[in-house]
Design a protein around this ligand. Structure first.
Ligand code: NAD
Length: 261
């Protein structure tokens, strides 16, 4: 399905982790709808992704940023507002995963999972709020199905994504008075992405299974009988950005029915 609207024309939408994969697909969708898009990523590849958007006539700017560096995040958001104007939507898509038996997780793994997935999300929200409070807008945080029901071999990641869900709820209460809605989304295994490629490699090593066997095992648990597509996530994020005015503090599953609460 391809949703479309005029309502995002000229609005500033910021997407983190937008160099590739789900983040880039969301940024492309916003650009196609006439939004002014800020693409943030730690990976300099984000510059090339933006060049391609600009070459197509879209308004987009790249920002190379490590979202775990709070000072740099706050400066970057000031720069985005100076370059493009007040922010209407912030999509906190940047995230990292790790897969290994729980006992093998050292301090560095816990730190990375929480610093990028939780602190990074929080810092970007802090960066965007001074601007968003002026006009209202939409904040969409990436949690995961693993943040609702934890996944084996992914304890620290699951805990971090659970934290994103509860952070979302706190901010929904706190910022509703400014016309800002704050929601999180919980995708299931999403094909053709960095996170799934890393998780499946971890499963291959830890479970001694082949990739096809792993996909079969996980697909069997999904009522709608397939993994999540990037487009499923893009459509839902787009709906929440362009509509969903009466929805805040929620954690929406995009899992083909695999997760139901
Ligand atoms: N792919 C899945 O199966 C799946 C399932 C559920 C939730 N998610 C969540 O969806 C989001 C996107 O997943 P994906 O598979 O597209 O990821 P990906 O690995 O393909 O892309 C993530 C992007 O985030 C960027 N990034 C990582 N650390 C960063 C940092 N410190 N600062 C700035 N940018 C940083 C990376 O460079 C990369 O471009 C993540 O939050 C992930 O946890 C993914």
């Amino acid at each position: 399905m391809s949703l479309s609207t005029d309502s995002l024309k000229g609005k500033v939408c910021v997407v983190t982790g937008a160099a590739k994969s789900i983040g880039l697909a969301i940024a492309v969708k916003y650009a196609e709808q006439g939004a002014k898009v800020a693409l943030i990523d730690i990976d300099p590849l984000v510059e090339k992704s933006v060049e391609e958007l600009v070459a197509k006539g879209y308004e987009a700017k790249s920002y190379i940023l490590n979202i775990t560096d709070r000072d740099a995040v706050l400066k970057c958001f000031e720069q985005i507002v100076a370059d493009l104007g007040d922010i209407y939507a912030l999509v906190n898509n940047a995230g990292v995963v790790d897969t290994r038996p729980f006992e093998e997780n050292d301090e560095a793994v816990f730190e990375k999972m929480f610093k990028v997935n939780v602190y990074g999300t929080a810092y970007c929200i802090q960066g965007a709020l001074p601007s968003m409070k002026k006009t209202g807008g939409k904040i969409i945080n990436f949690a995961s199905k693993s943040g609702k029901t934890g996944s084996a071999l992914m304890g620290p990641y699951s805990a971090a994504k659970g934290a994103v869900i509860v952070l979302t709820q706190s901010l929904a209460f706190e910022y509703a008075k400014y016309g800002i809605t704050v929601n999180s989304i919980c995708p299931g295994i999403t094909d053709a992405t960095g996170v799934w490629s890393s998780v499946s490699a971890g499963y291959i090593e830890s479970m001694g299974m082949q990739r096809d066997e792993i996909i079969e095992k996980f697909t069997a648990k999904i009522p709608l009988g397939r993994l999540t597509d990037i487009q499923d996530v893009v459509d839902f994020v787009f709906f929440l950005t362009a509509s969903g005015e009466y929805c805040t503090g929620q954690a929406y599953n995009i899992t083909g029915g695999r997760e139901m609460h």
